[in-house]
Design a protein around this ligand. Structure first.
Ligand code: FAD
Length: 312
């Protein structure tokens, strides 16, 4: 296994670790619920269970062009008001004028948010040509600047895309995502969270390429529990990141859900252990708004703090 150089003193662990101990950060990602029933499950079950694991932060996605603005804000506000966990609000800039972005950011700040994940977002599905808003931003690096202009004390993270490095990429330095990441670092971002990946080499190659173009940000691996083959297949469709055949075959070969979960947990734990052994500063788990699989992964890898902090 290749080992990537350790990042310099990191903004993410020192600013965002809740426990004050040294060690890998743990964070969870949620999306805004899409129905009253889903909202009920989130408030009653998922959020309290995740908060009790005392993660370093909980991040909440934001629909590009503000499509989920109100529900995203509601989830972020719930985290701020009802738990001791630091909320990180995702914010996308595609299609929005600057004034609107400032107003949305002010709304989050009024709710007690001090941390953002600054993203460009994607044009609506099926869009062939996309024209930026005349008063808007084109890149996430510009959103980092806008947020830090509003308040330089904010913590601002960004996205990183390991899949931009094709296995046969001739020159990593020309990868648009790495140039974008460098620009986001130069704009003041403090850390980056990666898009999902399934093999440790995807992470180590990307980190090595990022370091080679001068990116020294902590690069937090974004991982999914590997227990549900149907979810993994849907994720592959949405993200465009292929799920290795060995993972799907191992899950499909199991006779029932309990065995599939056990097999997926073992594969997920192996990946978590591998990225941490390779120098990752922590793990960010895409929960799909379900706590059990993510919490089982933390237990299996020993990442869940011994004494969790209960929801307030
Ligand atoms: P940017 O950093 O602006 O980069 C986009 C592309 O622009 C680059 O790949 C590159 O091709 C080009 N580019 C930018 N700057 C430069 C430069 N200086 N030089 C050369 N090329 C450049 N989407 C949502 O809608 N809502 C969410 O809540 C959300 N959360 C996410 C969370 C994580 C952890 C991740 C990894 C992704 C998330 N996304 C979300 C998806 C994200 O918005 C998309 O991946 C989008 O396509 C790119 O966003 P970005 O912030 O990386 O964009």
């Amino acid at each position: 296994m290749s080992t990537v150089p350790a990042p310099p003193p990191a903004v993410l662990p020192s600013r965002l670790r809740a426990s004050g101990e040294l060690g890998p950060t743990v964070s969870f990602e949620l999306y805004p619920p899409r129905s009253p029933g889903a909202a009920e499950r989130l408030w009653q079950r998922t959020l309290p269970a995740l908060a009790e694991a005392a993660p370093d932060f909980l991040s909440v996605t934001y629909g590009a062009s503000g499509s989920s603005r109100e529900t995203s804000r509601e989830v972020v506000r719930w985290v701020a008001e009802h738990t001791a966990v630091r909320p990180v609000a995702h914010l996308t800039c595609i299609g929005s004028p600057r004034d609107e972005l400032r107003e949305v950011a002010r709304g989050f700040l009024a709710d007690g948010v001090q941390d953002f994940l600054a993203l460009r977002g994607d044009p609506p599905a099926g869009t062939i040509t996309w024209t930026p808003h005349p008063e808007g931003l084109q890149r996430a690096s510009e959103l980092v600047e806008l947020l830090l202009d509003a308040d330089p004390r904010l913590g601002v993270g960004v996205a990183a895309t390991p899949s931009c490095l094709a296995p046969d990429a001739p020159d990593a330095a020309t990868c648009g995502d790495l140039l974008a990441l460098r620009a986001k670092q130069d704009a003041g971002a403090g850390y980056a969270i990666t898009q999902v990946f399934f093999e440790v080499e995807s992470y180590t190659r990307y980190v090595a390429a990022a370091r080679a173009v001068g990116v020294h940000l902590p690069l937090v691996p974004g991982l999914v529990p590997l227990t549900d083959p149907n979810r993994l297949r849907r994720l592959e469709e949405i993200s465009g990141v292929p799920v290795p055949g060995r993972i799907l075959a191992a899950l499909d070969a199991e006779p029932d859900e309990a065995h599939r979960e056990a097999a997926g947990l073992a594969m997920g734990a192996e990946l978590v252990d591998a990225v941490l052994a390779a120098g990752a500063p922590g793990v960010h788990l895409y929960t799909f708004n379900q706590a059990p699989a993510s919490l089982a992964l933390l237990d299996r890898t020993g990442l869940r703090p011994a004494t969790g902090r209960p929801a307030l």
